[in-house]
Design a protein around this ligand. Sequence first.
Ligand code: ITT
Length: 202
Amino acid sequence: MAFKVVLATKNPHKVEEILAILGDIPGIEWLTFRDVPFSDVEEVGETLEENAILKATAVARETGLPALAEDTGLEVEALGGAPGVRSARFAGAGKDYRANNEKLLRLLEGVRNRRARFRTVAVLALPDGRTWKAEGVLEGEIAGAPRGEHGFGYDPLFIPEGETRTLAEMPPEEKNEISHRRRALEAMRPILHELSSGKLRL
Ligand code: ITT
């Protein structure tokens, strides 16, 4: 019998990437917002970690199933780490990727230091409140103009270290090989194996 784990996100791009990275773990059946209804969680935390814990624990409690959440932020050095935990609502409420990218480019006009990093904090929560956490970082820089059609969010503006292409110019498999999300989720793999093999008592 497979262990059911809920992906505690309503972002379909994230669902696709998470399943491409962790979908192969034997004995785990991943459920998404399309399979089990859960309420929106207000991301009122001051850090990525706080928000990832809020999302994972709320969904685990509501569904009665283990839940995996992640919170991701783009941290731009010349902007003191902004937009960071506010990456989704950088240009205002709602999740308009284009408006966010335009605001970022405007703030960086004439700025030579383009260094930035994506940081993902992933959290697995059990319905009883136990949590496990892992983090992944991808270093890079902000391009002068958006390029590429793949991915989502800030991908058209982010050039990973050692690359010339933006993340949005890479096919999904290539982004998923190197991404902040992959690094955070790979670090969760051992605990997910414990769960699926029954070693972790629910
Ligand atoms: P959930 O909270 O439901 O998981 P969300 O879209 O609100 O979905 P976040 O709170 O983590 O996700 O917001 C992070 C924002 O950062 C997101 O809206 C994107 O604009 C951006 N982002 C996250 N991951 C990204 C990635 O891999 N590439 C580019 N931009 C990304």
